[in-house]
Design a protein around this ligand. Structure first.
Ligand code: GLN
Length: 465
């Protein structure tokens, strides 16, 4: 798939289309979209920026590659003076005092944010049904979920309402909706992109990354948003991604976890399609190595113990005194209680209660501290495996997107559907979902900071499969 960003850049530069027409067209589509993917349209803001780009082009000035390119922003990012609702009652009228670093870098490069996108409230979910604005519908079938939590972002890219979108991924929220809607979604290495200005879900695994329709567009966006940020001390400097050179199939070893494939919950069609990918690789002289993941059953429980603890802590700041919707009561304590109980969704409350439980005296050693220890073991295991192979591939999810409404009946089942994505989050590793091989794509992982290798391998897969 060719780069949409490059194509539009040419069209804008050659005045085949004006930036205002381009942006207005996308805004119009978003306004009437049947998937419910948009929380807030940035109409006046975006049109004003588009007109400035047009003025520049008319004057004969050169524009940057991203200048005038419309993009979407998951509604958990701050964009100054615009609402950042996190799809919650709490913040549905909350206006951002400043702009998130990743979004600011894109704006500085000339890209134009046009929409705050529907998502699971505070990033809590795998189906994008946990939103006060209602479920986001799958781009390919409106009866099915879009996947979550960055569902609006993936659907907007799939339907071409945005050229790319910026999502957040704590345990799969970029990768899973990308796979469910057949587009590319990259969870970068933890720390490659600043988290400043994204509402914190689980600070130790939160990552900011792009959803787009080609590897090239993923790379273009990554090269703008990556880098050290003094406002996020976990960030690191990274080299630009350059996809011009191809990789040689013989030079690469690909690993996969047999336990992931033998998992009884795995849909048989996804399994056979995944095995077929392995066969194709072997036929094309790629070395394929089966690996073991001895603690598969610990993945989901470890992840949820860690992230529930962190989200309970992070969301403690929302009590009506500093941000968002406050409900007055007889006294301060009652006001906190009613504000929190009325403004969080059921799913977010479940996680806050669970998180406070795992952190509480008498339980924290058994659950939270233990989960942190298991996280270290899991991380070391995956990193050891990545000494033997260059790339790990895995299915995205055990099943295809469920029908809207089904997952709400069984939160446990929804948590279990995260089995293949959460391990790479706990291990801080870069992982891409590519729409290749199975109906929900495949996940491609490599060592920390090896995003370029992942994208080059994806280009190879696109040639071979
Ligand atoms: N589905 C996972 C969860 O609910 C991942 C969410 C995310 O990455 N924000 O925690």
């Amino acid at each position: 798939m060719e780069s949409k960003i490059r194509k539009l850049h040419q069209d804008l530069s050659s005045q085949k289309i004006s930036c205002e027409e381009l942006v207005q067209g996308k805004l119009d589509e978003l306004k009437i979209n049947a998937q419910n993917s948009a929380n807030f349209l940035l109409n006046d803001y975006a049109i004003e920026k588009a007109r400035k780009v047009d003025e520049k082009i008319k004057k004969g000035e050169k524009i940057n590659l991203l200048e005038g390119i419309p993009f979407g922003v998951k509604d958990v990012f701050l964009l100054q003076e615009q609402i950042a609702s996190a799809s919650s009652d709490f913040l549905k009228k909350y206006k951002s005092p400043y702009t998130a670093t990743a979004i600011q870098k894109l704006i500085d490069a000339g890209a134009i944010p046009i929409v705050k996108e529907n998502c699971d409230s505070f990033g809590h979910g795998s189906t994008n049904e946990n939103s006060i604005f209602g479920a986001v519908k799958n781009a390919n079938n409106e009866n099915l979920v879009s996947g979550g939590s960055s569902g609006g972002s993936a659907v907007n890219v799939a339907k071409e309402y945005t050229v790319f979108s910026i999502g957040g991924d704590t345990g799969g929220s970029i990768r899973q909706p990308a796979g469910f809607n057949n587009v590319y979604g990259l969870k970068p290495s933890y720390g490659r992109v600043s988290r400043f200005g994204i509402m914190a879900y689980a600070s130790s695994t939160d990552c900011v990354g792009p959803i787009a329709s080609s590897t090239e567009d993923i790379a273009i966006v990554m090269n703008i948003i990556s880098g050290k940020d003094t406002k996020d001390q976990t960030t690191f400097e990274s080299n630009d991604i350059n996809l011009s050179e191809k990789i040689n199939p013989q030079s690469i070893t690909v690993g996969y976890y047999t336990e992931f494939i033998e998992n009884e919950g795995l849909n048989p069609k996804i399994k056979s399609d995944f095995l077929n990918v392995l066969e194709q690789l072997k036929k094309n002289n790629v070395k394929v190595k089966p690996l073991n993941f001895p603690n598969t059953e610990a993945l989901v429980s470890t992840y949820y113990a860690v992230v529930m603890a962190e989200t309970a802590s992070n969301l403690a700041r929302l009590d009506g005194s500093m941000y968002g919707n406050r409900i007055e009561a007889d006294n301060l304590k009652e006001s906190y209680l009613i504000t929190r109980s009325e403004n969080f969704t059921e799913e977010s409350k479940r996680r806050i209660v669970g998180g406070n439980q795992v952190l509480s005296q008498g339980h924290s050693d058994d659950i939270y501290i233990k989960a942190r220890k298991i996280r270290t073991v899991l991380t070391n295991n995956i990193n050891d495996d990545l000494k033997q192979v260059d790339i790990l591939i895995s299915p995205l999810s055990p099943s295809n997107p469920p029908e809207i409404g089904n997952s709400l009946k069984n939160p446990m089942e929804m948590y279990l559907s995260d089995i293949y994505t959460v391990g790479f989050s706990l291990a801080e590793l870069p992982t891409l979902t590519a729409p290749i091989g199975t109906d929900t794509g495949i996940q491609i992982t490599s060592s920390k900071a090896q995003e370029e290798l992942i994208l080059k391998f994806t280009n190879l897969l696109n040639e071979l499969i």
